[in-house]
Design a binder for this molecule. Structure first.
Ligand code: AMP
Ligand code: GLY
Length: 407
């Protein structure tokens, strides 16, 4: 089967790696300098160009998997619906609009933090009085993982909220926002593979969002992950209930859903609360989940896509740890252009790398994912860190505490 994967990060590399392992022909649009060894890179600069390519070359595509939300929100699945494993643009609002998502959760009794939606600066000043610190403000539109502000001081919350609404805080992001009650607990990523008739969960994963050890520093796209996270039966029931209510709600609104659905959860006393929906696989969760059982993953996606329900579940007999090696300055202003050398022969998924004069160079903040697979978490962790120590470029850094839960 000819599988097209849209995107250029580590998640897309991991998806392509799994399909390639199962004997499929993999095409990355556009991919990166590290995906060249796994499939064929098709150059492409923008989402619009990707959409054009898909239309022009539709006969060469058997299955299309968009990696990042941008493609999905901009309607890639509206082009080749039957062959695309992703929702269309309307249900993609679950991720593309926080206001839509929060109102949707309220309508269908899905547990989430108490909230207020804010459409104007005056409303912000008024409604923030109904909250206490820490204040949580979320930009309504897509913000590439940077749209959540958590601050203790009310004046600062108002100032930052206003700047966010005016588009002065994050480039290209402006408009409404959501005020959320602050939830304290452990985070968990739950991802379902959803066909038109039924769904199945992937193994659970833990993502590390802050840039530095001990959850210090700014929020990032994710600095590492591990899987499978084991959860209590009651928690699992809570997660399945959230998914059923979500799909039921979509159906009631006349929307069908096919593709991945990611729940960013906060576990509060064993009860899952939804922090966010994503309409795609998580990054870096994917890099830790897929190596558990790449064949099972591929089978799940193919059966969900073409038969309407996943026919298997992924095996969870090993552990996987993913350590992200980032470039200095990430996430604010990562340094680029340095040569990347990888000495190890372990498992690596490449992200922010491109090719210049035949050399692999840094072209993004998260550069390489070093992945370790083991019989237990300790072994997986040791292998991941051994892999990370063999990646060299000027200014490379990574967290030392990924998956240290057993220490
Ligand atoms: P989101 O994009 O909504 O998942 O938010 C990004 C991160 O902000 C989450 O992974 C949490 O760490 C944090 N966060 C979001 N909403 C809340 C909340 N209501 N309470 C506490 N932390 C939150
Ligand atoms: N790891 C969080 C995300 O993919 O949004």
């Amino acid at each position: 089967m000819r599988v097209w994967i849209l995107g250029s990060g580590g998640r897309e590399h991991a998806i392509g790696w799994a399909f390639r392992k199962c004997g499929h022909d993999v095409f990355f649009v556009p991919g990166n300098a590290g995906t060249e060894a796994t499939g064929i890179n098709i150059p492409c600069e923008t989402v619009e160009e990707a959409k054009r390519l898909i239309k022009e070359r539709s006969l060469e595509i058997d299955l299309l998997i968009p990696g990042s939300e941008d493609y999905i929100a901009k309607g890639v699945a509206d082009i080749l619906e039957d062959k695309t494993f992703a929702p269309k643009s309307r249900p993609a609002l679950l991720e593309a609009s926080k206001i839509f998502a929060k109102k949707f959760m309220k309508r269908y009794g899905i547990r989430t933090a108490r909230f207020e939606t804010v459409e104007s600066e005056g409303e912000l000043e008024e409604k923030i009085k109904r909250f206490s610190p820490p204040y949580v403000l979320k930009a309504d539109p897509l913000a590439g993982g940077k749209g959540v502000i958590i601050v203790n001081d009310k004046m600062e919350a108002i100032e930052k909220g206003k700047a966010l609404m005016r588009g002065e805080l994050i480039k290209g992001v402006k408009g409404g926002l959501v005020l959320d009650d602050y939830l304290k607990g452990e985070e968990l990523s739950a991802i379902a593979v959803i066909g038109e008739k039924d769904f199945e969960l992937l193994p659970f994963a833990r993502d590390y969002k802050r840039a530095y050890d001990n959850d210090q520093g700014p929020n990032t796209g994710g600095m590492g992950s591990w899987a499978p996270v084991k959860i209590a039966e009651k928690t699992l029931e809570g997660i399945e209930d959230i998914l059923e209510r979500t799909l039921d709600g979509l159906r009631k609104e006349g929307l069908s859903y096919k593709g991945f659905l990611y729940l960013g959860l906060m576990m509060v006393e064993g009860e899952p609360y939804v922090l966010e929906y994503n309409v795609r696989l998580g990054d870096p969760e994917t890099e830790a989940i897929l190596p558990l059982d790449p064949e099972g993953f591929v089978e799940m996606v193919l059966s969900a896509s073409f038969e309407g329900r996943p026919s298997v579940k992924m095996r969870e007999e090993s552990f996987v740890v993913d350590v992200v090696i980032a470039s200095s300055g990430y996430p604010m202003d990562p340094k680029k252009g340095m040569e990347v050398r990888v000495e190890g022969d372990g498992l690596y998924f490449f992200a922010g790398v491109s090719r210049k004069d035949g050399k692999m160079v840094v072209s993004g903040g998260r550069v390489v994912h070093a992945v370790g697979i083991g019989r237990n978490l300790k072994e997986a962790r040791e292998k991941a860190y051994e892999g990370a120590s063999k990646v060299h470029f000027e200014g490379a850094f990574y967290r030392r505490d990924i998956a240290n839960v057993y220490l």
